[in-house]
Design a protein around this ligand. Sequence first.
Ligand SMILES: CC(C)(COP(=O)(O)OP(=O)(O)OC[C@H]1O[C@@H](n2cnc3c(N)ncnc32)[C@H](O)[C@@H]1OP(=O)(O)O)[C@@H](O)C(=O)NCCC(=O)NCCS
Length: 162
Amino acid sequence: MGVTVRFARGDDAEAIAGVHVETWRSAYAGLLPQEVLDGLSWRQQTRRWRRAIRNPEAELGQVFVAEGDGIAGFGSASRETGEITTLYVRPVAQRRGVGRMLFCRMAEFLDGPVSLWVLDGNPAAEFYRRLGGRPGVRATVERWGMELSRTRYCWPAVSGRA
Ligand SMILES: CC(C)(COP(=O)(O)OP(=O)(O)OC[C@H]1O[C@@H](n2cnc3c(N)ncnc32)[C@H](O)[C@@H]1OP(=O)(O)O)[C@@H](O)C(=O)NCCC(=O)NCCS
């Protein structure tokens, strides 16, 4: 599968929302409450991603897509905070280098130190370690009526290294 990474456009919102719902249900089963995963709405996510794509200055930052045979994955990165705010690859496209491509493109976009938060227990932590990320502070956030622990992974500067 030939995959390229590019900035997302408004008309990618539906496909991104589909990948979002599918990937959350697969990756977060057992980590987040099942009713939260069951309640994910493709329509709602389509609206959310359309807003995010139109407002790269907002919290999530610039949205990227990895496109092969359709949208294989997406991510977002904020220059304001140096953070990768989302990174998701469809289960069927995982372990083929798509996550690495998205990560490297977003790190290049950030052009400096990079950080991101990983939910404790998420196997994605190993992916970030393979890409040279170092686990740093841990913190808890309250969401959906529960305390979630997460760890911050950091890269001093990534260009050319991941
Ligand atoms: C984490 C994720 C983005 C990785 O994307 P991917 O396309 O599968 O990863 P890649 O194929 O680019 O893998 C890059 C390297 O990480 C390794 N890797 C990827 N996922 C791994 C895992 N779950 N466990 C161990 N190693 C992993 C790969 O083997 C590869 O290592 P190598 O280059 O030494 O062979 C993807 O699995 C995903 O979307 N997961 C679910 C959602 C999620 O948790 N996102 C992160 C939220 S913080």
